[in-house]
Ligand binder design. Structure first.
Ligand SMILES: [Zn+2]
Ligand SMILES: [Zn+2]
Length: 291
């Protein structure tokens, strides 16, 4: 259904428009074979609070950015290769409705659509693109996804020691492995999570121990000398900066605009929204990681 759009003028024009809206804050998006499948505003659960983000679904990547001027100017472009994207349904819970999880190896988060229908459309289209892509490449879906960060507001005390109270001065930190909100002493070490970053990242002390143990077992299996066993582990320098989720900064400027429905291009008749929606695994309403 998307294939016939590949060389269409309309597709070229739409992609050029997305590029111009991101301007110098984005990368060129027009590459051979790429199709813009759909676009629209979703509410992304960020570290501090839910925020409106403009999403663009291509046949190979999912792109989102902050809205500077609705439909005209976006910045903070994020690009996620669809090959490593997986979706998980989230049941409605109080004011949090029409949400689902977008998981990738480097970043996982919850988004909310304005209506149940829009949620179904988004999930079905993303699902279909991922499926097509994996079928073409013969690759298997990625299983090792980044943890979903527990929003700051959900933790007034450290989720690890259950003692430290967070204040303006006592800052929250996020374990990159389990997503828990923890205090500084409970996340004093870094660990190399190669899927997420080339540098070691902050982890909570429980995850640190578990990961170190797993690593030791692993290296003792593969190499007879253990000298490399601690290469992944690093004592965390005394920094409290650089811990912010960068796209958290900046609000969607200006006034709340009237809701625009997402647009999906191309023929969607062979896209069984209902079916792929139901096929997604059900996730319980909490964003809390299970470990
Ligand atoms: Zn603590
Ligand atoms: Zn952890």
């Amino acid at each position: 259904m998307v294939d016939r759009l590949v060389n269409s003028e309309a597709n070229t024009r739409r992609i050029a428009l997305v590029e111009s809206c991101f301007g110098s804050s984005g990368v060129p998006l027009a590459i051979s074979g790429r199709v813009l499948v759909g676009e629209g505003v979703l509410t992304k659960m960020c570290r501090k609070r839910p925020k409106s983000r403009q999403f663009f679904l291509f046949n190979d990547i999912l792109v989102y950015g902050n809205i500077v001027i609705g439909k005209k100017k976006y910045n903070k472009q994020h690009i996620m290769p669809l090959e490593e994207v997986s979706l998980e349904n989230i049941e409605d819970c109080n004011q949090y409705r029409n949400g689902w999880l977008i998981r990738t190896t480097t970043k996982s988060f919850v988004v909310y659509a304005a209506t149940a229908t829009e949620k179904q459309e988004w999930m079905a289209h993303i699902h279909k693109c991922v499926e097509d892509l994996l079928r073409k490449s013969g690759k298997k879906p990625v299983e090792n996804h980044a943890a979903v960060w527990v929003p700051d507001a959900e933790a007034t005390i450290c989720m690890h020691c259950k003692k430290t109270q967070f204040t303006m001065i006592v800052r929250r930190h996020h374990c990159r492995n389990c997503g828990a909100v923890v205090c500084g002493p409970c996340s004093a070490k870094k660990f190399l999570l190669p899927q997420q970053s080339s540098k070691p990242v902050r982890v909570c002390s429980t995850c640190y121990e578990r990961l170190s143990k797993a690593l030791k077992v692993d290296t003792s299996k593969t190499s007879p000398n253990h000298e490399n066993s601690n290469v992944n582990a690093l004592k965390l320098s005394n920094d409290s900066s650089g811990d912010d989720d960068s796209d958290d900064e900046g609000t969607s400027a200006g006034t709340e605009q009237q809701h625009d429905q997402p647009k999906f291009y191309g023929d969607t008749t062979n896209l069984n929204v209902e079916e792929s929606f139901n096929a997604s695994t059900t996730h319980n309403s909490s964003h809390l990681p299970t470990n």
